[in-house]
Design a protein around this ligand. Sequence first.
Ligand code: ZN
Ligand code: ZN
Length: 253
Amino acid sequence: MTFPEQWDDGTDPSSPEHQIHWYDDRTAIIRQSLRTNFEGPFIYLLLGDERALLLDTGTGHAQLRPVVEELLTGQELIVAHTHSHGDHVGGDAEFDTVVGKSAEEVAAYFGFADWPEGVVEFDLGGRVLDIVPIPGHHASHIAVYDRNTRVLFSGDSLYPGRLYVFDWPAFRASVARLAEFVADGKPVEWVLGAHIELTTEPGRDYEMGEAKHPDEHELQLHPDVLTELAAVVAEAGEEPVRIERDHFIVYPV
Ligand SMILES: [Zn+2]
Ligand SMILES: [Zn+2]
């Protein structure tokens, strides 16, 4: 289980459109270069024995399908999203089997009877994922827990950056449910989100739309940061409030 020394932070103009890093032999982390779009989203490919899950398709400003096909080893590819904002579904048209974008479509595909309550198992073949609905940043948002690697994929709901909260009550409830899910016997090694918007200086973010990210914060967050997020939003109460911490900024919009 490794992370690169440094992610493509946009400072090298000759960098590839996607930086690929194998976290382990069945988990690829793909970063879309900041020079193709300032969002520089992280995309995850999880390989199972029978199926592979591509989590997000990026902004659509760089061709993704050929990159993904190179990484597959014969699995059927399923494309789903952490949520349906444009910087995570932009490459959808390149792919054949894509889970729908609305919360209803996501609930129907994974088989949620009472969205956003409950957790659904999703088996890739020898690799079981738990899908946890976490609306608040977006109505269709899910977190994905990988029992094999003990990684929690958190999309735009938790990453080192500005956590834009569009629905405050939903976000508070989701973060509490996610923290409870983890505390209830799902140990987390790392929390991996979809962007980096903080510098190595605690709590300091880049300007919105910045094309280069010198001295980026690490992608991976310690599981304690989820506990911290749950605590601070619970404590904040019912009115949306901006909360600046070392590893994230809660940012109501
Ligand atoms: Zn988003
Ligand atoms: Zn995003």
